[in-house]
Ligand binder design. Structure first.
Ligand code: ATP
Ligand code: MG
Length: 743
């Protein structure tokens, strides 16, 4: 593969970044400037230089971003090597290291992952058992916060002597400790543990990453301290790191993301070369100008310029509607009208509705449903959280890892085995007190090795035996000799058969049993697809082996499928059959993505900025992220009365006088003349460059203004420095391109 070919269609700064021989590179730039695009090209370029893909780590923020990146690298290099990259979210990469090397720090190979709902259930149980008064959700997010900061159990009370706070602190500390103990006993790791334990692993066994030649990180502004540590550990051998980020889009402060990480990077890697990208390839000039006007209200931010490469286009629309119902109807009408006006130019996949919180989606979902418009929910009620899907997954979790108390407690009486809620609770408490798992307790009882203190009626006894039997037989099938071993889809079918699950669904959900059964079938399909993906080496298996693990193929496959489910952050809703769908997403989950048409409803004080948010600047950045997802049309709206019938006032971020001339606040929202311009933007055929400055005027800049930063130093010097660092005989340096192309 010719590395120079990878630079075609990139602007000069992007080319410099892609083909830089600097060890540490920081690409800091605004939205839509091609940071992810550049990071992808740089990964391909490194491979073209001779790096082996299994020696390159690429961390992204969402599963979707990881998938898109892998596909694009595949298109660039075209030899299937992209599937061998260590590419994924921080959590999925950490999971892979722990699955492969966790035994070195006493993590059992078949560990399960506690997702958010599992963690909450465990915490609720602890609080109830101890009669604690603290709120389970608050405790959960606080535990997660402490873990994400790498802090221990102790609560910092800021010197406060208030008795109430001390009680709370004591309850929290106890809850934290018991939570950790419960996870350990059930052989579970929660999301934070995946990162923390991986840090622990790599600190104690740096040889696990001795092969890593390069580390590339997207959305660096949202990394927390543990992720930062992980990045440094990945890079501890070669110290070759590329990060891309935008401080203006930092929106995960509430989850302990640290904007300070950039300074840390400069301290740890003093030779870091910083490159800016200043052209926006995503949004129309008018959208960009309006978004910049919003972000510039934050006087504390570091200013940077961003130039629109597209035409000015249609002004963003801001509408006041009388209530939230009317707002939802207005959105539907506009979607239909835009579709009507634009003909083949747009399909439903080109529309997104971005929400500050997923609770706002109800009215919009029902309006879309009434209008017969297909939609997918991102970051809302996930496919995997549906009762029937979760039940089957819980069965798989228990078959894989019977010590998972919570999964076991959820399915022990589904379908009904006459084991009541009270009995389950009492068994759980008994197991807790005996410091054993629920599974060991019931197994002992069924096998006659112990008598339960909990009183078990006769029918319960039989129910328990049948249940234990199903789990033991399923486990047997999983660990059988290869020729008799079952695959994950076969295992699901076995469970469905043994539990007569379809009949149970029919009896318990008469009205919706067909839809629910369709979800179960969809799960079987996903398990089959995953099986195929793994079979063609698309997932995992590219970490180097430092010793031989006694791998049980079947069990290993099931754990990987379950981990994949636990780490997936988004799944389609019921309308899975529709080929095109409007996207409804939280703003947080829309990070890094783009759509031709974007709606931001509920733009009122209390929604954005959110009433419970602590950092107003972070809320403003959130609005900025939402606005900059739009390519051609941006719609914002504010119901005068919200869905709780409370009077609202427009978000202060949109009240600035300087914004008034930039927004379309009356008139029809899309004139037919605008369609032409839109088509141009979407086909990326616009050579004109509009400079967006602090003033609300758009002026054409000279060409030189477009490529202000090159960050270049003497190439020969850098080549030799890099070569000497590389120390890798397979690593051959390519020629730097002599000609640079401009777009
Ligand atoms: P965000 O901050 O929102 O994550 P980003 O900086 O990562 O944005 P990308 O998503 O990489 O931006 O790119 C935005 C859009 O611009 C994409 O559609 C990408 O294909 C396009 N793009 C990037 N660079 C160029 C270029 N040199 N020429 C044409 N299009 C480009
Ligand atoms: Mg990006």
């Amino acid at each position: 593969m010719n590395p120079d070919g990878l630079l075609v269609n990139l602007n000069q700064s992007q080319q410099a970044a892609v083909s830089s021989f600097a060890d540490t590179l920081a690409i800091l730039a605004g939205p839509g400037s091609g940071k992810t695009h550049t990071l992808t090209s740089r990964t391909a370029w490194l491979l073209a230089q001779g790096l082996q893909p299994w020696n390159v780590i690429v961390a992204t923020f969402t599963v979707k971003a990881a998938r898109e990146m892998k596909e694009r690298i595949g298109r660039l290099i075209g030899n299937g090597m992209e599937s061998k990259l260590i590419l994924g979210t921080f959590h999925s990469i950490a999971r892979r290291y722990l699955a492969r090397y966790g035994h070195l720090i006493d993590i059992k190979k078949d560990f399960g992952i506690a997702d958010s709902a599992d963690s909450l259930a465990i915490i609720k149980r602890i609080l109830k058992r101890n009669n604690f008064i603290i709120d389970a959700k608050v405790a959960k997010s606080r535990i997660s916060g402490q873990k994400a900061r790498g802090a221990g159990y102790k609560v910092d009370e800021n010197g406060s002597k208030s008795v109430a706070k001390s009680v709370e602190a004591h309850e929290f500390e106890t809850c934290y400790m018991e939570y950790e103990e419960a996870l350990r006993r059930s052989n579970l790791l929660d999301y934070d543990d995946l990162l923390l334990r991986c840090v622990d692993l790599l600190r104690r066994h740096p040889s696990c990453v001795s092969n890593v030649e390069a580390v590339l990180i997207d959305e660096f502004q949202d990394t927390n301290i543990v992720q930062f540590d992980l990045m440094c550990l990945f890079a501890s051998h070669r110290k070759r790191v590329t990060i891309v980020g935008d401080p203006d889009q930092s929106i995960y402060g509430f989850r302990a993301a640290e904007i300070e990480n950039y300074k840390r990077l400069l301290r740890l890697f003093p030779h870091t070369i910083t490159i800016a990208l200043e052209e926006n390839y995503r949004s129309s000039g008018a959208i960009l100008l309006t978004a910049l006007n919003v972000i510039e209200q934050d006087s504390s931010r570091v200013k940077k310029s961003l130039l629109a490469t597209h035409t000015v286009g249609t002004r963003p629309v801001l509408r006041k509607l009388c209530d939230a119902h009317k707002e939802a109807e207005w959105i539907i009408t506009e979607i239909q009208r835009i579709k009507g006006l634009t003909g083949d130019l747009l399909d439903l996949n080109d529309f997104a509705i971005l929400l500050r919180s997923s609770a706002l989606s109800r009215l919009i979902e029902s309006a879309l449903g009434k209008a017969g418009i297909a939609y997918r929910m991102v970051g809302g009620l996930r496919f995997y959280d549906r009762v029937e899907v979760k039940t089957i997954l819980d069965y798989l979790r228990v078959v894989n890892q019977p010590d998972n108390n919570d999964a076991l407690a959820r399915i022990i009486n589904v379908p009904s085995r006459r084991i009541g809620e009270a009995t389950i609770k009492s068994l759980l408490e008994e197991a807790d007190e005996a410091k054993m798992t629920l599974w060991s307790l019931i197994l002992g009882v069924v096998q006659g090795k112990r008598t339960a203190e909990t009183k078990l009626p006769k029918q319960t006894d039989q129910g328990l035996s049948r249940f234990v039997n199903i789990i033991l037989t399923a486990r047997g099938k999983l660990t059988a000799p290869p020729e008799e071993r079952v695959t994950t889809p076969e295992l699901i079918k076995f469970i469905l058969l043994k539990t007569d699950y379809e009949t149970w669904l029919e009896e318990h959900h008469q009205d919706k049993h067909k839809a629910r059964w369709a979800n179960v079938e969809e799960l079987i399909k996903q398990a089959t697809d995953f099986q195929d993906l793994v079979a063609c080496g698309y997932e995992d298996e590219c970490l180097p082996q430092i010793d031989d693990l006694d791998q049980e193929e079947g069990a290993d496959h099931l754990s990987r499928f379950l981990a994949n489910v636990a780490l997936a952050s988004e799944v389609k809703n019921d309308e899975g059959t529709a080929t095109t769908q409007v996207t409804i997403s939280t703003i947080h989950a829309a990070k890094g993505l783009e759509w031709p048409v974007v709606f931001i409803p509920a733009a009122y004080q209390g929604s954005i900025p959110h009433s419970r948010a602590e950092d107003t600047n972070e809320e403003r950045r959130l609005l900025y992220v939402a606005m900059t997802r739009a390519k051609a049309l941006l719609y914002m709206s504010c119901p005068v009365k919200n869905s709780q019938s409370e009077q609202t006032t427009l978000s202060p971020f949109l009240c600035q006088p300087s914004l008034a001339p930039l927004l379309d606040q009356r008139g029809p929202s899309l004139r037919s003349t605008a369609v032409q311009t839109m088509a141009q933007i979407l086909r990326r055929s616009l050579p004109s460059t509009t400079s967006i400055s602090k003033s609300s005027e758009s002026v054409l800049s000279t060409e030189d203004d477009l490529f202000p930063i090159d960050g270049e130093e003497n190439e020969d010097e850098k080549n030799s420095r890099w070569n000497s660092m590389s120390g890798n005989p397979t690593f051959t340096m390519g020629q730097q391109p002599t000609k640079r192309r401009r777009i």
